[in-house]
Write a protein that binds this ligand. Structure first.
Ligand SMILES: *[C@@H]1O[C@H](CO)[C@@H](O)[C@H](O)[C@H]1NC(C)=O
Ligand SMILES: *[C@@H]1O[C@H](CO)[C@@H](O)[C@H](O)[C@H]1NC(C)=O
Ligand SMILES: *[C@@H]1O[C@H](CO)[C@@H](O)[C@H](O)[C@H]1NC(C)=O
Ligand SMILES: *[C@@H]1O[C@H](CO)[C@@H](O)[C@H](O)[C@H]1NC(C)=O
Ligand SMILES: *[C@@H]1O[C@H](CO)[C@@H](O)[C@H](O)[C@H]1NC(C)=O
Ligand SMILES: *[C@@H]1O[C@H](CO)[C@@H](O)[C@H](O)[C@H]1NC(C)=O
Ligand SMILES: *[C@@H]1O[C@H](CO)[C@@H](O)[C@H](O)[C@H]1NC(C)=O
Length: 718
């Protein structure tokens, strides 16, 4: 079951908000991609209106239908169209594609210590404070300690952003909001975050240090972002509407445009959609390509739709696609029974330990019939369904002992009353005790933090590869902490996802690839402070080839779940060699997948030459992956180039690890560099016998000069 924090949140939304009878809207939002590069003829809104007028045959209707024009991330516009109008527009001259606007969802600290970035780690604050991260999310809650600006000068000179309906300071230097959806909003129209998610992600990237931070006393420590001196620009694209939470593609793209124009250095997008579009024509993929051209790396969530195959989102090769893994800190609550037996489970129970042993009753019988009524008041209840939990809260139960494994997969549960969440086998033992004992009693303890030696493990909800449309590019790229992360939270947002929750706190513990993504953004910005001239793909390569390998034994989906492994920002400062994936590499790859017209649209380049098209696995990517036919011998050749960013004179030797049954050879096996930024070529050849359908083979290549190790996973699957 792919349940997540987010899904839970949405579930609650749907429980408690009744959909209004929707007045049949004949028009829906489409994203229209037009010919021509940014500076070209079809880039202005008047040109877009002209195109619309030809189809709608009425200039009033055209301007009413038109929502946004885009000319920075691609040339095109968003408009409300009927199906017939859409058909007509799709065949109009100069229109490349008309695609329905998708709905996106938010992919809902000790974490930086776990990544080796301690409070005393070396930093170049001067450079760090010149970096601006654009966070596309649910807005931001200013005024928190995490967003104070002491020690920070005015915004960098290059900054062109604005602060709409938000009081900025020298930490939060930009704020804009976008909403053109059809449902009425259930919050005010401003950048202010009422959800909490955007505040959490922004503070994870660039929050100031806050000592003694905790979630009602849990996970106590110093909370901080990866780059505490960097600046934040918040672009609010996700909203609460009366029909639930939503982020609309057309708004997301408008924010993308503005962020690039405003002058951000990096983009953090903890948003994904499970409406898979035939990616490369996918607004976010196109937008991030143009950002990449301007030196802006887009770091994005791999999505919370795992653990099934092909659930990874944001899988374009120029995006840093981030999966979620666990941290070495676990939060456990204890239940002690009257007979002395104790059980521990993943729970965020910030309530004080119960003062004495209270009666335990069962909340559901073996046929799932609910046994909770007013006599349950002041008792501890053993239960499983969310319905029972809600009823237990309503009747005033003392606490709950919850079999929450299906709701909170791989993460600690959160409750608005004392609770210990236990696994099914523990719950069965508790039930047995309750049934067999005359006066069954139990005591629920406040959660404690314990060391988890199994970390990092990929979270079950984290999106898995392969990307359906590009099965020969490994995704996700990397994992970062995304389970039970403490970070700043909106004081307007409730502290648990349960209805009528009245508690608010400046911090909250949440899980999701949404939390992993800003860790990767922060790590990438940290690398950028030491190497301001490095391009997005070079930073990405540095992070990927220095990632800590993860194990296929402990993570059965292997590279499909963790890509190159667990992020290590300190190591990424000195990668030795990098795979410089250039714009030409990306274009040559796109040429093999798409009509030239579309490649022009994505690249923003009118003179694309598609005579050198290459397969995805031939692209100069830091990982090597190929999908081969089952039950047939195969040979795959991965041509690659590496650039020396270590010592001028250095000799790197190749080491290959491969399981039996697969042959991996590297030619040449030694690369002798004479200077910095020198680029040398090599080829990896992988051949093997017959893989069964579904079989996966994990191998790896490491280039080493004795100091730096440059590792690439080699992942073949049938
Ligand atoms: C600021 O808020 C007001 C009132 O909610 C709204 O009418 C206006 O459009 C907002 N301005 C911007 C730039 O978002
Ligand atoms: C945290 O709280 C403790 C005790 O309440 C105090 O001694 C300590 O100075 C505080 N640390 C910070 C960084 O505020
Ligand atoms: C269930 O939780 C108990 C602790 O309460 C633990 O000892 C046991 O290993 C867990 N079982 C499984 C299958 O995870
Ligand atoms: C409450 O539920 C229990 C268990 O199902 C039952 O024995 C009891 O009669 C119920 N009490 C009332 C007041 O309904
Ligand atoms: C509990 O008692 C209240 C008031 O006596 C009553 O309104 C309510 O329906 C009862 N709830 C349950 C679950 O029996
Ligand atoms: C495209 O590239 C090929 C090979 O590099 C070259 O021969 C050809 O002239 C180029 N075509 C154009 C139109 O530039
Ligand atoms: C990567 O390649 C681009 C395009 O050829 C080049 O401009 C850039 O300098 C290269 N980066 C490094 C670090 O060598």
């Amino acid at each position: 079951m792919a349940s997540t924090c987010l899904l839970l949140l949405l579930t609650f939304f749907f429980f408690f908000f009744v959909f209004p009878a929707d007045a049949e809207s004949p028009r829906q939002v489409y994203i229209v991609y037009t010919d021509g590069v940014s500076a070209g003829k079809y880039a202005t809104s008047s040109a877009h209106l002209e195109i619309l007028e030809q189809v709608l045959e009425d200039s009033n209707e055209a301007s009413e239908s038109h929502i946004y024009s885009y000319n920075e991330i691609f040339t095109g516009f968003a408009a409300r169209l009927t199906n017939a109008e859409k058909q007509k527009l799709a065949s109009a001259q100069n229109v490349v594609a008309v695609l329905p606007g998708r709905k996106f969802q938010l992919q809902t600290t000790r974490s930086w210590d776990f990544l080796g970035l301690s409070t005393t780690v070396k930093r170049i604050s001067q450079v760090e404070s010149n970096l601006i991260v654009g966070v596309l999310d649910s807005g931001i809650w200013p005024g928190l300690e995490s967003f104070r600006d002491d020690g920070l000068g005015p915004p960098p000179k290059k900054w062109k952003g604005v602060c709409h309906n938000i009081t900025c300071n020298n930490k939060i230097i930009g704020g804009r909001s976008y909403y053109t959806g059809d449902q009425p909003l259930a919050e005010e129209r401003s950048v202010i975050d009422t959800d909490g998610h955007g505040t959490h992600t922004a503070s994870t990237v660039a929050g100031m240090e806050v000592g003694n931070a905790s979630f009602f006393g849990l996970a106590e420590g110093t909370a901080r972002g990866g780059v505490p001196s960097a600046r934040i620009a918040a672009y609010k694209v996700c909203w609460k509407t009366i029909a639930g939470a939503t982020c609309e593609e057309q708004d997301l793209l408008a924010a993308f445009e503005d962020a690039i124009k405003d002058g951000v250095d990096m983009l953090s997008v903890s948003i994904g959609s499970n409406e898979t579009k035939e990616y490369p024509i996918d607004g976010l993929a196109v937008g991030s390509f143009r950002a990449m051209k301007k030196g802006i790396l887009t770091s994005a969530a791999a999505g919370n739709y795992g653990p099934h195959p092909s659930t990874v989102t944001n899988g374009a090769p120029w995006i840093l696609t981030v999966g979620a893994s666990s941290m070495d800190r676990k939060l456990l609550a204890k239940l002690e029974l009257g007979n002395g037996q104790t059980f521990m489970g993943d729970s965020i129970n910030f309530f004080p330990t119960q003062r004495s042993f209270y009666t335990i009753q069962l909340g559901e019988d073996d046929n799932k019939k609910i046994l909770i009524n007013n006599s349950t008041k002041r008792k501890n209840v053993v239960l499983k369904s969310i319905k029972s939990v809600l009823l237990a809260i309503k009747v005033g139960a003392r606490g709950v002992i919850w079999d929450a494994e299906e709701v909170f997969v791989n993460q600690a549960c959160q409750l608005p009353l004392p609770g210990a969440c236990l696994n099914t086998s523990a719950i069965n033992k508790v039930k047995k005790y309750v049934i067999k004992t005359k006066n069954p009693v139990g005591k629920i303890y406040k959660s404690i933090s314990v060391h988890d030696p199994t970390a990092p493990l990929v979270a079950s909800f984290s999106g898995r590869g392969p990307v359906k449309v590009t099965p020969n590019i490994l995704k996700p790229d990397i994992t970062a902490p995304g389970v039970d992360i403490l970070a700043a939270y909106s004081l307007k947002a409730p502290s648990t996802d349960f209805p009528d929750e009245k508690r608010h706190a400046p911090f909250k513990i949440i899980s999701g690839t949404s939390m992993a993504c800003p860790h990767a953004t922060g790590a990438a910005l940290y690398v950028k402070t030491f190497h301001p001239s490095w391009s997005p793909s070079v930073i990405k390569s540095a992070l990927m080839t220095t990632a800590t390998p993860m194990s296929a034994k402990e993570n059965p989906d292997a590279e499909f779940s963790y890509g190159s492994g667990h992020i290590n920002p300190l190591k990424a400062l000195n990668p030795g060699l990098v795979y410089n994936t250039t714009e030409i590499d990306y274009v040559n790859f796109l040429c093999s997948e798409l009509p030239t017209k579309v490649v022009k649209l994505i690249s923003g380049d009118d003179v694309v030459n598609c005579s050198n098209s290459i397969n995805a696995y031939e692209m100069n990517y830091p990982t090597m992956s190929a999908n081969v036919e089952p039950k047939k011998p195969f040979t795959v050749k991965f041509p690659r180039r590496v650039t020396n960013l270590g010592q001028p004179n250095s000799v790197y030797k190749a080491t290959v690890q491969s399981p039996s049954g697969v042959r991996v050879s590297v030619n040449p096996e030694v690369l002798a560099f004479k200077s910095l930024e020198q680029e040398l070529k090599f080829q990896v050849r992988v051949s093997g016998g017959k893989l069964e359908a579904g079989e996966k083979v994990s191998a790896s290549l490491v280039w080493s000069d004795g100091k730096q190790s440059v590792r690439s996973p080699i992942f073949i699957y049938a």
